[in-house]
Design a protein around this ligand. Sequence first.
Ligand SMILES: Cc1cc2nc3c(=O)[nH]c(=O)nc-3n(C[C@H](O)[C@H](O)[C@H](O)COP(=O)(O)OP(=O)(O)OC[C@H]3O[C@@H](n4cnc5c(N)ncnc54)[C@H](O)[C@@H]3O)c2cc1C
Length: 440
Amino acid sequence: MNSSARLSWGRYPHHPQTAHAVHWPSEVEGAAASALAQGSGGTLAFGMGRSYGDSCMAASDHVVAMAGMDRVIAADWETGVVVAQAGLTLGALIDIALPRGWFLPVTPGTKFVTLGGAVANDVHGKNHHVMGTFGCHIRRLALFRTQDGVVDCSPQDNAELFRASVGGLGLTGIVLSVEIQLRRVPSAYMAQRSIKFGGLDEFFDLSEQLDAQHEYAVAWVDCLATGRQAGRGHYIVGNHAQEGGLQVSSAKPKSMPVDPPVSLVNAASLRVFNTLYYHRQQARQVHATVGYDPFFYPLDKLLHWNRMYGRAGFQQYQCVVPFASSRDAIRAVLAEIARSGSGSFLAVLKRCGDVPSPGLLSFPLPGVSLALDFAQRDIANARLFAKLDALIHEAGGRLYPAKDAHMSAVHFQQAYPAWPQVEALRDPHLKSRFWNRVTP
Ligand SMILES: Cc1cc2nc3c(=O)[nH]c(=O)nc-3n(C[C@H](O)[C@H](O)[C@H](O)COP(=O)(O)OP(=O)(O)OC[C@H]3O[C@@H](n4cnc5c(N)ncnc54)[C@H](O)[C@@H]3O)c2cc1C
């Protein structure tokens, strides 16, 4: 047992969890039993804690920590099929695969997540519009269930359990290993194009026109801009470059050294940063060749950047709204946020595509997703989120459980109608604080 506290990335809600660490599959049953004996309400696997809210928090406050199970079990470098233990991080997998010409088919905005965590949240990336979610590239899972032992599942075998486990928020079992199909890449570099846009309509026009021509697409928006400039930002697209070699990144991250007592992110610092950041690119359009690290993982440059929000922590608000209502809904959401004067340095807009995911609770739907962080201020956040939730709900959108710490049971159950199928296949000894909040 490891007593160092495991929190979620947003450090809100603040419930330090005790880690029962495992290094081999044979230890998982004992660790789960010990977690269950010491806490009540249900345990949960814990990866790198890169989920923001309470979906990675066990109802018992005792988790089975998976990061020590990080070995590659088998790899075929002809086909790019790799089988690895679920605690292996995406960063470690890149380090092994990239020199051999293979890369992740889908990656979130940090490489400090485990394979198990990426499966459980069925994460998506900047290429959702062409490659779908992480789960679309998973061929097989070995799942430990407290009452059945190890169960193999895939799109062909135990298919319902597979569908419930991809994006299943860690509730159907503890993933021991993952078989994934990687994708070939010619280079470790990315051909990037960055276009400055003056308002939200321009973003929609650019992304409708250019997303299809690029594998990766995302936009940064100035969440405080108002009037005609509301929704201004930088639209960034890219493809894998053809040249440059296959060497892995050797950049050493810096670290946020201390916990400031209060958030460094406030209306004044935000306004200055957003204005400077918007104007840092003078030309309307810039082409550049950049490494995969700054392209996919700019935030990983600063370890523990979550400390910037002070001891109270922060919440991320990530929603997706169907195309039909997205222009109006995103405009209204950004207007509410600008009016509130809060928000984050990083507000991200992305068009999600229509590649179906195997996961029953997968977040993306064909439409536009907006994500941004809010320093934790109990009353102000609750007031703002209630307004945003109403807009998203009315527009037929939904919130991302991996980022959530406030969604109501009513909104969750309407937005994720397949939840009873996951509940029916849930391992009765696995339960999160999130699941307690959003289901009866
Ligand atoms: C900077 C940053 C950028 C991000 N960008 C994106 C993005 O672009 N797209 C996106 O989709 N997400 C994004 N995320 C969220 C992140 O990718 C997910 O929350 C991811 O699932 C975290 O993985 P983890 O290993 O840290 O898992 P944790 O956060 O520790 O756990 C997440 C869930 O996985 C379950 N789990 C973990 N390991 C196992 C296992 N072995 N078996 C069963 N269940 C398990 C847990 O029970 C929990 O429900 C981002 C997060 C950060 C901090």
